[in-house]
Design a protein around this ligand. Structure first.
Ligand SMILES: [Zn+2]
Length: 450
C-alpha cells in the first residue's frame, strides 16, 4: 500500500547534514519518492496529501548491525565478576553456549533482535557458529539452529544475513575442538559447505552468507574452500581478524605471516569480504585490506569490553576499506554509541580531534553496513531503496537543543522513536509492536543462565 511520511528532518544521501521537511513516499517496501519541501510547500510535481504520517525528529535510513552473536546478549553484565578478566568472559560465554537448543535460541534471538529493532537496526549480520548439539552431534535438521535465527529475525521484523561460520579447530596449529566448542564444528570445510548448501530460508527477509571464524579456527589449507563457496554465490564473507595481538603472534609462529597476509594469499580478501575488528593490523596489512577493498567492521563497545585495543581506523578507511559497525557481544546495543566511538576512540589513540565527519559515521551505520551484509539496495533515503525509516527524537533529555547534524554525538538507542522496515512499522513511540522486549529478554536469559 502506498504510504506518505513527512519527516521533520531527514538525512539524505550525499548531504553533510539533515534536510528539514522531507516528504517520503513508500510503496511495496520501496521508497518511491523523496521530496524536500520548500518553506512548507511541496516541490514541483509533488502533491502533499493530508494522510501523510508525520515523523517528528530526525529520520535516518535503516541502521545495519553488521556483526552479531545473538546468544552473547545473555552475557551482558555477567562477565565482570571479581574484576572480570578475559577468561571470566570466555567461561560464561561457553556456559551459555552449552545450554542453548533450537527452541531456547529462538526465544533469546527473537528478544535480542527485537531489542535491535527498537534501537533502529533494520538488518543484522549474524555471525553464527552454534550449529550442533552440545556434544557436536548434528540435529536431525543439521540447520535447525540457523532456522531458529531466521525465524527470530522474522518475529522481530528485521532483515537478517546469516553468516554461517566455519569453525574447525581450537588453535592456529590445529588443536581439535574440545568441550563446549564441539558444537561449533563441522569436521572440515567441505562438510561445512555441504551443510550450508542444504539450507535455503523460505522468507525473503533472510539471506545466507559465509564466515571464517578466524585464522585460529580454520586451517590455512581450508580457507579457500570457504572463500570459494562465498565467491561463487556472490555472498558476503566475514572473518574475525587480528582482534588481539596473540592471534598475530600465533599465526606468525605457525605460518610465518600475519593473519591478513595469510587470508590474502588464500583468496579470502576482496570487496565481498569484511574483516571484523582488524584492531592490530601492521602497515602492510592495512594496505592489503585497502587495495583489495576488503571492508572493516568495527565493534567499539565490545572491543572496549574485551580490552582488545583501538585499531588504526582512519588509516584503514584512507587505504580503501569501507567501514561498517557491529554490536558483536551486545554489551551495548546502540549504533549511535558504536558510531561516535569510531571518532572518539581515534581521538584517544592519536590525541587529536576531527577524524570522521558526521555523514561518514552515518554511512558506516547505514549504507556501508547493509552493503557488507549483501543488501546493496538498503541504507539510503533514495528512490528505489528499501523503505527503512528510523526516526530519532530531538526532544529527549539527551537530544533537546542538539542540532540534527549532531545526533551521532548526542542520541542513544533509547531516542529511537519510530522504525519502519521494508515499508512495515515495527516500532512506534519507542516500543516494539509485537515483542515485549524487556520481558522476553528477561525470560529468555533466565532460561539459559539459571
Ligand atoms: Zn565476533
Amino acid at each position: 500500500m502506498p504510504m506518505r511520511w513527512l519527516a521533520e528532518y531527514a538525512w539524505l544521501p550525499a548531504h553533510a547534514a539533515p534536510t528539514p521537511d522531507v516528504l517520503i513516499e513508500t510503496d511495496g517496501g520501496r521508497i518511491t519518492a523523496v521530496a524536500p519541501l520548500t518553506a512548507g510547500r511541496p516541490a514541483a510535481g509533488v502533491e502533499v496529501l493530508g494522510d501523510a504520517v508525520r515523523l517528528p525528529g530526525l529520520t535516518l535510513p535503516g541502521l545495519a548491525n553488521a556483526h552479531s552473536h545473538a546468544f552473547h546478549r545473555a552475557l551482558r553484565g555477567r562477565t565482570h565478576g571479581g574484576r572480570g578478566d578475559f577468561w571470566t568472559w570466555r567461561e560464561v560465554m561457553y556456559e551459555v553456549a552449552g545450554r542453548l537448543d533450537p527452541d531456547s535460541y529462538l526465544a533469546l534471538a527473537r528478544a535480542a533482535y527485537a531489542e535491535m529493532a527498537q534501537a533502529g537496526v533494520t538488518c543484522v549480520g549474524e555471525f553464527h557458529y552454534l550449529h550442533h548439539g552440545p556434544d557436536g552431534t548434528r540435529y536431525d535438521d543439521p540447520n535447525a539452529m540457523s532456522a531458529a535465527l531466521v525465524e527470530a529475525a522474522a518475529h522481530a521484523g528485521i532483515r537478517l544475513t546469516l553468516l554461517d561460520t566455519c569453525y574447525l579447530t581450537a588453535s592456529v596449529d590445529g588443536d581439535p575442538l574440545a568441550g563446549p566448542q564441539r558444537r561449533f564444528g563441522d569436521g572440515d570445510a567441505l562438510r561445512w559447505a555441504d551443510r550450508v548448501g542444504g539450507f535455503t530460508p523460505d522468507n525473503d527477509h533472510a539471506r545466507i552468507g559465509a564466515a571464517i571464524h578466524s585464522v585460529r579456527a580454520v586451517p590455512a589449507g581450508q580457507l579457500a574452500t570457504v572463500a570459494g563457496w562465498a565467491h561463487r554465490r556472490g555472498a558476503p564473507l566475514h572473518v574475525h581478524l587480528s582482534e588481539q595481538p596473540a592471534e598475530n603472534d600465533a599465526c606468525r609462529a605457525v605460518h610465518g605471516v600475519t593473519p591478513t597476509r595469510l587470508l590474502a594469499d588464500r583468496g579470502v580478501l576482496g570487496r565481498h569480504t569484511t574483516a571484523v575488528h582488524a584492531t592490530h593490523p601492521t602497515g602492510a596489512d592495512v594496505a592489503l585490506l585497502g587495495e583489495s577493498r576488503t571492508g572493516v567492521c568495527l565493534c567499539p563497545t565490545t572491543e572496549r569490553d574485551l580490552a582488545d585495543g583501538i585499531g588504526p581506523t582512519r588509516r584503514m578507511v584512507e587505504a580503501g576499506s569501507p567501514l561498517s559497525l557491529g554490536s558483536d557481544s551486545h554489551a551495548v546495543v546502540d549504533l549511535f554509541e558504536e558510531a561516535r566511538a569510531v571518532e572518539l576512540d581515534e581521538r584517544l589513540r592519536t590525541r587529536r580531534r576531527g577524524h570522521f565527519r558526521a555523514d561518514e559515521l552515518l554511512t558506516a551505520a547505514t549504507r556501508a553496513g547493509h552493503a557488507a551484509l549483501g543488501w546493496g539496495d538498503a541504507g539510503e533515503l533514495a528512490v528505489g531503496m528499501r523503505a527503512d525509516l528510523v526516526t530519532v527524537r530531538l526532544d529527549s533529555a539527551r537530544t533537546a537543543g542538539v542540532p540534527p547534524v549532531g545526533v551521532f554525538f548526542a542520541a542513544t538507542a533509547a531516542d529511537v522513536d519510530h522504525v519502519v522496515v521494508d515499508g512495515r512499522v515495527v516500532v512506534r513511540d519507542g516500543r516494539h509492536l509485537t515483542v515485549d522486549v524487556p520481558v522476553e529478554l528477561r525470560d529468555a536469559i533466565e532460561a539459559v543462565t539459571s
